[in-house]
Design a binder for this molecule. Structure first.
Ligand code: M6R
Length: 609
C-alpha cells in the first residue's frame, strides 16, 4: 500500500503534491518523492523517511512546474532507501512513474531489460515499468502505456509522465485504488480522496482496466483496446477526516474491510499460476536445509501469538514438524532447547515489538535458524532475522490488529504447505486442494462482510454484558483466543477464551444465567464434542452464539443464535471464523461508546519491555 498523487494545471504542482501526500501518509511513510516537469525535463526528488525529510531536502529548492506526480511509499520490494523511493525513471529520465501495488512478473521483465542494456537503479518491482516505457515508446504516449500494460502482471495503480508529451499525465489501475479530482483548468490524481478533498469534491472513481489521459482541461478515459469509457462524476460528501478512513467510521472497520485485498496481496507470487503448489521465491534456504528442520518454535506477542497458535496446527498436521509456540516475553527466560536444526519463526506486524525482537536475538544466539513473518519491510525484526516473508497487509493504523492477523494466518498456512511439499508430507493432490481453497478465501471474506446486520443486533443486545466467554476445540480454540482478545481490548468487556474441553475443569463455575458464550463449531472432527459443550453451558442457562459452517442444519437446535460462515475446508476456517469475532468486538465497542481505534492504555507498537 502506497499513496500516489498527480497534478496538472496552471498552478505550481509541488505544493499540491506535498500536501496531497501528507494526507496519504497513512498508506505508507517509509520514503517519499515527487517528479515535476521543470524547464523542459522531468526533475525527480526523493528520499527515505517521512514526508518531512523530503520537505527538508527541498527547502529553498522546490521544483518549479505545473505538472507533476508524487508518492509516499510502503515498501514491498526493496527496503526503504533513497534509491527505492518513487518516482522511478527509465535510463534516460524521460519516463517517470509512481506505482502502488506489486508487479508480479518484474524479475523476468527486468532480466530481459538488463540484457537489452537498461541500467536499474533500485531493487523495486516498479522500476521495470519506467524502463518498459522507454523500450517501447513509439512517439505515442497512450499507445505505449497500453503496450506496457499488456506486459505486466500483478496489481497496480500507476501514474505516468513522459518528457516528450508534458501536457498530459496518464493513469490506470488494477486491484488498487485510484481517483481523479476534477478542477477548473486543473485536474488531480490520487490513490484516495483525502489527498484531493481540499481542492475538489467532483471525482471520477477509476475502475480496473480503465486508462485515463489527464490534461489540465480534460480527462479522457478508455480501455486497453481504445474503447472510450464515459465516466459518471462522483460527488464526495464526506468530511476530510472520514475521507481518510475511506468513508468508514474507524480505521479498524476500514481495515476489517480491507481483508479480501490483503489476502490477495499476501498470495501474490506465492500461489503457483496453475494452482498446483505454493512457492516462496524470496526464501533462500535450499530444499535440503528445509528438510533438515526437525523442530519449529513460533514466537510472538498478542494477536501475532494467536496467529502462531493456528500455525502450530498447520505445521504439525501438514508438514509433520513438531512445533512449540511461545509468548515472546516468556521465551527468552525459559532456556529453550534449540539447535541449528530448529527453525524459529518470529511473527510481528510491526517488526518492532521489543519482546519479540529480544526473542529473535535469543533464538539466534542459541543457534536457531530464524524466519521473520512481518508486515513492515525493513523493520528491525525483518533486518535481523536470517530470512523474511512479508504479509503485505498494508499499513495497519488501528491498535486492534485485524488484517495483519488474517494475513499472518494465511502465511502460516502457505508456509506449512510449502514445507510439507518439500518434506513430502503433503501429497501433490492435497496441496492442490488446499491451494484451491486459499484462492477463494478473498471472495468468501467479501461475502461475509456483506452480511453484518445480524452481528450489529447481537452487539447491541449483549454489548453491555460484564463477561463473555469464547469456546472452541482444535483450530477453533486458537481462533477463540483471538476473538476474546479483540473483545477485551476495544470494548473492555471481560472476555476469556477456553479450550471447550477444559470447561468442566473450572470455567463452568463461571457460567451463569444470561452470560453470552460464543462457541466456534467449525471443525468437523470435534463437532460432536463441541455440541456437548454447548449443551453443558445451555444447561446453566447461558446464551450461546455459535459460529458454524453454512449447511450445518443441526447447530440451530442447540444454540440460541448462529452465525454462519461460508463452507471451507478445515484449515481455512480460521480465516473466516475470525471475521464475525472482529466485527462483534467492533460493534460491541461502539455500543459501549469506546474509542475503537485508540483503546485505553494500549499502543500500536510496544517497543518497551
Ligand atoms: O506488531 P506486533 O505484531 O509485534 O504486535 C504484537 C501485539 O502487540 C499486538 O498483536 C497486539 O496484541 C494487538 N493490539 C492486538 O490487537
Amino acid at each position: 500500500m502506497c499513496g500516489i498523487v498527480g497534478y496538472i494545471g496552471d498552478k505550481q504542482a509541488a505544493p499540491f503534491l506535498l500536501d496531497g501526500m501528507s494526507k496519504l501518509e497513512y498508506r505508507g511513510y517509509d520514503s517519499a518523492g515527487i517528479a515535476v516537469y521543470e524547464k523542459g525535463k522531468i526533475r525527480v526528488e526523493k528520499c527515505v523517511g517521512r514526508l518531512d525529510s523530503l520537505r527538508q531536502k527541498l527547502a529553498g529548492n522546490v521544483p518549479v512546474g505545473t505538472v507533476g506526480i508524487g508518492h509516499t511509499r510502503w515498501a514491498t520490494h526493496g527496503r526503504p532507501s533513497d534509491r527505492n523511493a518513487h518516482p522511478h525513471t527509465d535510463s534516460s529520465g524521460d519516463f517517470v512513474v509512481v506505482h502502488n501495488g506489486i508487479i508480479e512478473n518484474y524479475l523476468a521483465l527486468k532480466e530481459a531489460l538488463l540484457e537489452k542494456g537498461h541500467v536499474f537503479l533500485s531493487e523495486t518491482d516498479s522500476e521495470v515499468v519506467a524502463h518498459l516505457m522507454e523500450e517501447n515508446y513509439n512517439g505515442n504516449f497512450e499507445e505505449t502505456v497500453k503496450k506496457v500494460l499488456r506486459m505486466i502482471e500483478g496489481s497496480y495503480s500507476l501514474v505516468f509522465m513522459c518528457a516528450a508529451e508534458p501536457d498530459k499525465l496518464i493513469c490506470t489501475k488494477k486491484d488498487n485504488p485510484l481517483v481523479i479530482g476534477l478542477g477548473n483548468g486543473e485536474n488531480f490524481i490520487a490513490s484516495d480522496i483525502p489527498a484531493i478533498i481540499a481542492k475538489t469534491r467532483r471525482t471520477y472513481i477509476m475502475n480496473d482496466g480503465e486508462i485515463a489521459t489527464v490534461t489540465k482541461d480534460a480527462v479522457w478515459v478508455q480501455d486497453i483496446n481504445g474503447t472510450p469509457i464515459s465516466k459518471k462524476v462522483f460527488e464526495v460528501n464526506w468530511n476530510a477526516e472520514a475521507a481518510e478512513k475511506g468513508g468508514f467510521e474507524h480505521f479498524m472497520l476500514k481495515e476489517i474491510y480491507e481483508q479480501p485485498k490483503a489476502m490477495r496481496d499476501t498470495m501474490t507470487g506465492r500461489v503457483a499460476k496453475d494452482g498446483s503448489h505454493i512457492e516462496f521465491p524470496e526464501l533462500n534456504w535450499t530444499s535440503e536445509e528445509f528438510a533438515d528442520i526437525n523442530k519449529i518454535f513460533i514466537v510472538a506477542c498478542g494477536t501475532a501469538y494467536h496467529a502462531g497458535m493456528v500455525g502450530k496446527y498447520y505445521f504439525e498436521q501438514l508438514a509433520r514438524v513438531p512445533v512449540e509456540v511461545d509468548i515472546a516475553s516468556e521465551f527468552s527466560y525459559r532456556s529453550p532447547i534449540i539447535d541449528s536444526n530448529c527453525l524459529t519463526i518470529i511473527i510481528s506486524q510491526s517488526g518492532e515489538t521489543s519482546d519479540t525482537l529480544a526473542a529473535l536475538r535469543e533464538a539466534r544466539r542459541l543457534g536457531s535458524r530464524t524466519l521473520a513473518v512481518t508486515n513492515v519491510v525493513g523493520s528491525s525484526i525483518a533486518r535481523e532475522a536470517d530470512q523474511v516473508v512479508y504479509t503485505y497487509a498494508g499499513p495497519e493504523i488501528a491498535v486492534a490488529s485485524t488484517k495483519a492477523y488474517t494475513t499472518q494466518l494465511l502465511l502460516m498456512l502457505m508456509l506449512s504447505i510449502y514445507v510439507g511439499q518439500i518434506k513430502g508430507t503433503l501429497s501433490a493432490g492435497r496441496a492442490k486442494e488446499l491451494v484451491a481453497g486459499i484462492k477463494v478465501i478473498p471472495e468468501q471474506i467479501h461475502e461475509l462482510l456483506e452480511n453484518v446486520d445480524q452481528l450489529k443486533v447481537f452487539a447491541t443486545k449483549y454489548g453491555n454484558s460484564e463477561d463473555v466467554f469464547y469456546l472452541g476445540r482444535s483450530l477453533d480454540y486458537a481462533v477463540a483466543l483471538e476473538g476474546a482478545l479483540k473483545m477485551k481490548e476495544i470494548s473492555y468487556i471481560h472476555a476469556e477464551a477456553y479450550a471447550a474441553g477444559e470447561l468442566k475443569h473450572g470455567t463452568l463455575a463461571l457460567i451463569v444465567e444470561g452470560v453470552p458464550v460464543i462457541v466456534l463449531a467449525t471443525q468437523e472432527d470435534v463437532y460432536e464434542k463441541t455440541v456437548s459443550n454447548i449443551q453443558e453451558v445451555k444447561a446453566r442457562d447461558a446464551v450461546v452464539i455459535a459460529i458454524a459452517m453454512e449447511g450445518d442444519d443441526r447447530i440451530p437446535k442447540y444454540a440460541d443464535h448462529v452465525i454462519f460462515i461460508p463452507r471451507a475446508e478445515k484449515y481455512l476456517t480460521p480465516l473466516l471464523s475470525v471475521l464475525p469475532l472482529q466485527l462483534l468486538a467492533y460493534y460491541a465497542a461502539l455500543t459501549r461508546g469506546c474509542d475503537v481505534d485508540k483503546p485505553r492504555n494500549l499502543a500500536k507498537s510496544v517497543t518497551v519491555e
